[in-house]
Structure formats: C-alpha cells, structure tokens
Design a protein around this ligand. Structure first.
Ligand code: PMP
Length: 391
C-alpha cells in the first residue's frame, strides 16, 4: 500500500546502520530455557525474575478463574467491569506494600501515565530523574505541570531543582526504584530527606524492584526501611509477578481520586479473571515461598561476578538487571546475534532505549536458572565477547 514511503525511508536508514530489529518469537513457554528458531537456548532477556509466569500455583489459579468466571469482563471498571476479585487483588497489594489502598491499571506503562496525568496541574512541578522509564516521561508529557529533569541519581542537582521550585503549589519528585537499563537502585533515603526538607511528594516506580528487593519483594521503599515516607508506589504485575498489569499503592485519598480521574483506568476494560486470579496467587507465592527471592539473588551474584571476572563492563548494576555495555549500537546487536548462535538469548539494547554510545546487551537472571545454565551462558559470553573484540 502506498503512503508510507516517508516511514520506509527511516526504516531503510536503520537497516543500513544495523539497528533495524526483527521481533524474536519464542516457540515455547517462558522459562530459564526457551525455544527460538527451533533451538533451545538459555533465556537471559525476560523480566520473569522469579519464574512465576509458569509457576504451577499461578497456572492453576488462572485455569480455575476461566472455568468459574469466563474469559473476559466486558466493561471498564467504573461501569460494569469490577469483579470482587479486582478489589481482592487491590486489598492484597495495599497490605503487601504497607499502604492504605491500591488501584490496578492495565499495565505498568498506563499506571505511570494515568497517575502523572491525573494529579498534576499547571500550578505544580514534576521533578524527574534523567533516566526514568519511558512511561514516566510520557506521563509527564501528558501533564500541564512545569517539568524539571535532574541528572541521573545526582542529589545535588535534585536539591537545585527543588530550590528552584519553591513557588509551585506542589512539587512531585519521580524516580524509578531500580533503573531498568542499568540495574542501579535510586538513592531513596536521600530523596526522602530532600523531599521532607522541601515539602515535596515522592513517586517511585518499582517495576524492577517488586518481587526483587525488600522483605518478600516489597520493593525499594521497604528495602530502605522507608515505609510510610514515600507517597506513591507504582509497580507492575508483568515482571516478577509474572502476569500482566500495573498498580499504584498509596493513600485512600489518592486512590479515590484516581478512580475518578485516572484516564486509562476509566476508559480501558478491566483485567480478565485469569489475569486477576493469577496475580492474587503470585502475591501469595511471594509471601509463602521467599526461597525464590534468595535463589534469584544467589544467581545474580554468581552471574554478575562471572561477567566481571571475564572483563565485561556491567556498569553500576546492583540488582539482577545486569547490562553488558559495549557502546556501539551495531556491535550490541552483533553481540546478541552471536550469543544466540552460541545458545544464549540476550537482546541488544540501543538508542533510543539507552543513550547513544551506551548500547548494551542487557541480561536478567531468574530464580529458575540452574548453575549449569548460568555457567554455560558465561562460556557463551566469553566466546562471543572475544570473537568481537569486546573483551
Ligand atoms: N516502569 C518501568 C521502570 C519499566 O521497566 C516498565 C517495563 N518496561 C514499565 C514501567 C512498564 O510496565 P508494563 O510492562 O507492566 O507496562
């Protein structure tokens, strides 16, 4: 069909510079190993931190939900699509996060968009870390509030932004809890100190910290012992929780406000029963099987040390998100292709997801990986890395 030549030109340029990517369909279920192009390979690219996507208890919860409640809900939450199980999940999430209330959205992405666009007006200012997730950036673009960006985890720069913001009605500091491309943890204790000094609200996106950090995976706020001092905690149900969705945990007032003003919540159909019941069961698993988180961290330490001993640059990672930074965009994709050839699925990530010149292969180990699988992955990294002159 004609009409899209202007877009095709851009795609052709990407092909030329080696940054055009095809989707890689998995031919098996998600797990420590997956089948790609008919071949079984070690999976190091999923966010399935605890292996819950295929946990027997979640499978059963989803199947039972379909049997009992059917496949869909037929409405948005505010009209006819709230099932008692949606409220049960929200109660569970609030208890888990030690907050008064919580609200589930269709995804982590829409949660950030929905919250930021709802609660800020032109008389407010939002102050955002430079490396925050795209959904936070897009959420900020949807508000009419003033915007300030502080240098990544630079607390002096955050203080400067706060000093310049004294005349606004509300100041909202927003940060990822764990940064999704670098795996470093936000300096929340200092952020809380500054927020209290300058009377600011704090919003933390714990997409990569829930199920990973804190008691039973409660996230960065709990990890730092800051329960009750961070106003808004956002999370996803799609990563460690293993299913789909996002949520915000906060005060009853904020949640009631979002029920009336959170646009993705208001205008998009609610989660199907299978998703909702599997999420409820995932929280039960977090509370009852803490050994999964221990295994995740054991595997993380082993793999990160292995990469560092081989001479790879893993940046500032402090969590299971471990980048192997190579710099050049095309090289990161070549590296990823070679790894696949040697039995490891680890995707190259380049601009615009990360800054130009900071391309990388990003790895995430899970609780499901065995030591043998991780050693085999390290061997593949060594071989591919040497062949491409990365180490
Ligand atoms: N926030 C962060 C920090 C993320 O990494 C992601 C996932 N890419 C999201 C939000 C979006 O979550 P979801 O996949 O549930 O939309």
């Amino acid at each position: 069909m004609k009409g899209f030549e202007y877009l095709q030109e851009e795609l052709d340029a990407m092909k030329k510079e080696g940054t055009f990517r095809k989707l890689v369909p998995l031919e098996s279920e998600q797990g420590s190993k997956v089948v790609v192009n008919g071949k079984e390979v070690i999976q190091l690219s999923s966010n399935n931190y605890l292996g819950l996507t295929s946990h027997p208890r979640l499978r059963k919860a989803a199947l039972d939900a379909v049997e009992q409640y059917g496949a869909g809900t037929g409405s948005v939450r505010t009209i006819a699509g709230t099932l008692t199980m949606h409220e049960e999940l929200e109660k569970k999430l609030a208890e888990f996060k030690h907050t008064e209330a919580s609200l589930v959205f269709q995804s982590g992405f829409t949660t950030n968009q929905g919250v930021l666009s709802a609660i800020l007006s032109p008389e407010d200012v939002v102050i955002s870390d430079a490396l925050n997730h795209a959904s936070i950036i897009d959420g900020i673009r949807l508000t009419k509030a003033a915007r300030k960006v502080y240098k990544h985890v630079d607390m002096q720069d955050l203080e400067r932004a706060l000093q310049e913001s004294k005349d606004f009605r509300k100041r909202l500091i927003v940060t990822d809890g764990v940064f999704s491309m670098d795996g470093n943890i936000a300096p929340l204790p200092k952020i809380v100190e500054l927020a209290e000094k300058y009377d600011a609200l704090i919003m933390v996106d714990d997409a990569h910290a829930s199920g990973v950090l804190g008691q039973n995976g409660r996230g960065t706020v709990n990890h730092f012992g800051l329960d009750g001092r961070v106003h808004i905690q956002v999370g996803t149900l799609s990563k460690a929780i293993g299913v789909l969705g996002g949520y915000v945990a906060s005060s009853r007032t904020l949640i009631d406000y979002l029920i009336h003003k959170g646009r993705p919540f208001l205008f998009s159909t609610s989660h199907p029963p299978a998703v909702t019941m599997a999420c409820i069961e995932a929280i039960n698993v977090l509370l009852e099987e803490p050994e999964l988180i221990e295994k995740l961290w054991d595997n993380t330490r082993f793999f990160k040390q292995g990469l560092e001993q081989l001479g790879f640059n893993t940046g500032k990672s402090e969590t299971p998100v471990t980048p192997v930074i190579v710099g050049d965009e095309a090289l990161s994709h070549q590296f990823s292709d070679k790894l696949l050839q040697y039995g490891v699925f680890a995707q190259g990530i380049a601009f615009p997801t990360v800054a130009k010149g900071m391309a990388r292969v990003r790895t995430i180990v899970t609780a499901q990986h065995s030591r043998e699988e991780l050693q085999a992955a390290l061997d593949a990294f060594e071989k591919a890395g040497k062949e491409l002159g990365i180490i």
